[in-house]
Design a protein around this ligand. Structure first.
Ligand SMILES: Cc1ncc(COP(=O)(O)O)c(C=O)c1O
Length: 281
């Protein structure tokens, strides 16, 4: 349906709808990967081919997997955007947005045009934010690689216990309160393209589905290292009962944004939280 700006939104996963809407030159195919709130990835190369063969442009919101985890330009993106308020800032203390343009497009004058538009119409970052941002970029790689590695270890630990049917106490406890975990590192059947697209790691955000919505609501208040908050990307781990900010999402879903703490401490915190929930059942 055309909105206020005459914009027509087309389902990304329905190629026939692209053609029905006449998608072509001047149109923008916008893909987010990994996606909010599950942290699962979408293959960019295919969307780049589908967009380019129609003369459209591929733009990628790469906020959930900043450098050095993935390079959407290598997969064919024309524009990459980041909410710099998240991992680029990394300390939950600045607001910033980034648009990067593929070099061939820079030569075609895109960067110049975007820069001018921002100058005349856009918001300009405060100088304190600019300074905080420069401070943050100095540790970007250290933080992001650590956060992504921590997430992969926590996800592997939880998923392993969920798949196991052994009698161990830890496994029994986790299976009592957790139903499912979702994260790009668990897209096992898709590892061919996924490892190429995300050579640096699968991102610090993942989702946990608890066995009931009541447990999902209560877990954040049992945790000591994870703060209950909506944001993501900072060095401290956060957890959010996602239904609080997204009315369309499953009520059992918790979104986890993993920080730079020791992953074993985070694991112990989750375990003691699960134990506290189980004791109340
Ligand atoms: C994937 C993604 N893109 C963009 C944004 C918008 O970012 P900002 O709050 O910095 O405008 C967010 C914020 O939650 C996000 O998660």
């Amino acid at each position: 349906m055309p909105g206020l700006h005459g914009l027509v939104a087309v389902d990304l996963h329905d190629e026939a709808a692209w053609d029905a809407a006449g998608l072509g030159r001047g149109d923008l195919v916008h893909v987010e990967t990994p996606v909010n709130p599950t942290g699962e990835a979408v293959g960019l190369r295919r969307f780049a081919q589908l967009a380019h063969k129609r003369g459209a442009v591929l733009s990628v919101d790469a906020t959930f997997a900043p450098p050095p985890l993935q390079d959407p330009f290598r997969e064919g993106a024309d524009i990459v955007m980041h909410s710099g308020s998240k991992y680029l800032g990394g300390h939950s203390d600045l607001l910033c947005g980034v648009l990067a343009v593929r070099s061939e497009r820079v030569e075609e004058g895109w960067w110049e045009r975007l820069w001018r538009e921002r100058l005349l119409l856009g918001a300009v970052m405060g100088s304190l934010e600019g300074w905080l941002g420069v401070r943050s970029l100095r540790t970007l790689e250290l933080r992001v690689v650590r956060q992504s590695g921590n997430a992969e270890k926590l996800v592997g630990w939880l998923d392993g216990l969920l798949r196991g049917n052994g009698e161990g106490e830890e496994g029994k406890l986790v299976r009592q309160v957790v139903a499912r975990v979702r994260h790009a590192s668990l897209q096992k059947g898709e590892m061919g393209w996924l490892r190429e697209q995300m050579p640096g790691g699968f991102g610090p955000v993942f989702a946990v589905y608890m066995t009931t919505s009541e447990l999902a609501k209560r877990l954040p208040s049992k945790l000591k290292l994870f703060h209950h908050a909506t944001s993501l990307g900072g060095v401290e781990s956060l957890i959010e009962w996602r239904r609080m900010s997204d009315a369309d999402v499953d009520e059992r879903l918790l979104r986890v944004s993993v920080g730079v703490e020791s992953w074993e401490d985070l694991r112990e915190d989750l375990l003691q939280g699960f134990k506290a929930l189980a004791a109340e059942q």
